[in-house]
Design a protein around this ligand. Structure first.
Ligand SMILES: NC(=O)c1ccc[n+]([C@@H]2O[C@H](COP(=O)([O-])OP(=O)(O)OC[C@H]3O[C@@H](n4cnc5c(N)ncnc54)[C@H](OP(=O)(O)O)[C@@H]3O)[C@@H](O)[C@H]2O)c1
Length: 325
């Protein structure tokens, strides 16, 4: 089978190579998936470039570790073969999921993965839509609902709202009738208005932390400013929820969050993703036409290095999707 192999850090086009490898055999609770669609994530950009350098502690100091040699963490496809202990699926089932807790490898024609990483795809969803969901929708849902405890009619701000998480977060916040402000830049702002953001702000022109507006919830996909600045624009009982960002700022959260509780009702939280936790709920919302997928692409399998560069250059709106056939 064809698969992308990475053996060094650098420019995606130079370090990712399409090679022939042996098709894996599923054993025990593993299934072999014929990959029909996959996505590009922040993780792929960091793994390919080896930056931020601190991530190399996980990826491998000098070059990516062996088990990361075939990257790709989200998949939608068809079960081609099943191990003898598989109970959830049968050959021919259409499935999707975030496979990162069980290994990687969706930048390939086939991937062999534990059945626990997968959920049955809703019939009305395309494979391209399905693969765009797990990571971004779970971060948005767990950030707003589980950690943020969003309530009806709140004022919500999504920092980095034009990306993969932002588009799902907007739609989920709208289920609570929230007034949603999105912060991003360039061409994305028009697309965000069209998606239904009530207000959009260009981070290159406006610093929302200096405005008089106050928010009940801030969902931050970038966490790139001093946390004091975010606290200033929160309502008295508001919550700031980071899903990721600059390492220094995230560390700052770890000691500031408990201290803050001593003198304020404002709260700081960091989301630790529980992969695939509520995909059945997202299937249901999709079938009820309450949620749709914002896709950049789909692009062809041979353009994966180009698509990773596109992600790094920040040219995408929504989730970058790759069709594989
Ligand atoms: N908590 C967890 O367990 C967990 C797990 C995995 C991933 N994550 C995190 O999830 C995040 C990925 O979110 P995503 O998929 O939505 O990313 P994304 O698609 O890259 O979206 C982020 C958006 O933010 C915009 N942006 C850049 N700089 C900004 C600024 N200064 N102010 C406001 N917006 C800015 C980007 O625009 P440009 O394109 O112009 O840069 C982009 O449109 C990452 O932070 C990652 O680390 C968290």
């Amino acid at each position: 089978m064809k698969a992308y192999n990475i053996n060094n850090y650098g420019v995606p086009d130079k370090v990712l190579h399409l090679i022939d490898v042996e098709k894996p055999e599923p054993k025990d609770t593993k299934v072999l998936i014929r990959v029909l669609a996959t996505t590009i994530n922040d993780y792929d950009w960091c793994l390919t470039t080896g930056k931020p350098r601190a991530y190399r502690l996980f990826f491998g100091i000098f070059r990516p570790r062996r088990k990361l040699k075939i990257p790709g963490m989200e998949v939608a496809g068809i079960v081609e073969q099943a191990g003898n202990e598989v109970t959830k699926f049968k050959v021919g089932d259409a499935v999707y999921g975030d496979i990162s807790d069980f290994g990687f490898g969706s930048f390939a024609e086939f991937v062999c993965i534990d059945e626990k990483a997968l959920t049955r795809k809703s019939d009305s969803m395309s494979f391209e839509e399905a693969t765009s969901i797990p990571h971004a929708a779970m971060l948005a849902l767990q950030g707003l609902r589980d950690v943020g405890q969003i309530k009806d009619n709140q004022k919500v701000l999504i920092n980095g709202g034009g990306g993969g998480v932002g588009s799902f977060a907007l739609q989920l916040a709208k289920l609570y009738n929230a007034e949603v402000t999105g912060v991003d830049t360039g061409e994305k702002l028009k697309a965000m208005e069209a998606q239904g953001f009530d207000n959009v702000l260009d981070y290159k022109k406006v610093d929302f932390t200096k405005s008089d507006q106050r928010y009940d919830l801030i969902l931050d996909c970038k966490t790139n400013r001093s946390l004091w600045k975010f606290l200033k624009v929160l309502m008295p009982e508001g919550r700031y929820i980071s899903i990721g960002g600059k390492t220094g700022k995230l560390l700052q959260m770890l000691y500031m969050a408990p201290l803050l509780k001593l003198f304020s009702k404002k709260r700081l939280h960091l989301v630790a993703l529980k992969a695939n936790k509520d995909l059945d709920y997202i299937n249901q919302l999709y079938e009820e036409n309450k949620i749709s997928c914002v896709i950049d692409g789909p692009y062809t399998f041979d353009r994966i290095p180009w698509a990773i560069q596109r992600f790094g250059d920040g040219l995408h709106t929504g989730k970058i999707v790759i069709s594989v056939n």
